[in-house]
Design a protein around this ligand. Structure first.
Ligand SMILES: [Zn+2]
Length: 195
């Protein structure tokens, strides 16, 4: 289910408003190629809370497990990660320590739909971030969550996951994506005929 209502407590009053999903930008967008500066404003902040809620909603809508603000054209150093009942909003996220032994796994990106690339990443990371209330959180992430955190942090640093792949691997992944799309369209045409 998508939460499309947000309640923001501004301190003096409570605002309830309907939120809309963001448009997700392509990896070629300039905002995804530059380092997003640290957030230096106060927290909690209704604008940041709103951005985080819209990011989470957009991520769920497109079936992703991580989405950074700059993927939606917003120059704020934060992202949301998670699925099911586990979500984190990370403002000014940092990696404090990580494992040098890397593990390879296929990875996708909402800014490059249909493209999956094998990337070697640390299997765990000790991280630090500010939550929406402004509290500093220091935790250890492992497995897929650690991978997503590393992927999203790179978005905030202007790096694309395609940088890990050679031109041949990217071409192959794009070919696979085209085949997949053709298959989906064919299936849709068959389904439409049956109705
Ligand atoms: Zn991504």
């Amino acid at each position: 289910m998508i939460d499309d209502i947000i309640t923001i407590n501004t301190g003096t009053n409570t605002i309830t408003e309907k939120i809309l999903p963001y448009n997700i930008l392509d990896l070629k967008s300039s905002i995804l190629k530059r380092i997003i500066p640290e957030y230096t404003g106060s927290l909690p902040n209704s604008n940041i809370t709103n951005i985080a809620a819209r990011l989470k909603m957009t991520m769920k809508l497109f079936g992703g497990v991580g989405l950074s603000a700059n993927q939606c054209g917003i120059s704020e150093r934060l992202f949301v990660i998670g699925a099911d009942d586990f979500y984190l909003t990370c403002i000014n996220p940092k990696i404090i320590a990580s494992d040098n032994t890397k593990v390879k796994q296929k990875e996708g990106c909402l800014s490059a739909p249909g493209i999956f690339i094998n990337i070697a990443r640390s299997p765990w990371v000790d991280i630090e971030y500010l939550d929406l209330s402004g509290k500093i959180n220091s935790i250890k992430l492992t497995g897929i969550t650690a991978r997503i955190f590393q992927h999203e942090l790179e978005h905030l640093d202007g790096k694309s996951f395609l940088e890990y792949a050679g031109p041949v691997a990217i071409k192959l992944a794009e070919k696979k994506k085209d085949l997949l799309y053709k298959k989906i369209i064919r299936r849709k045409k068959v389904a439409d005929k049956q109705h």
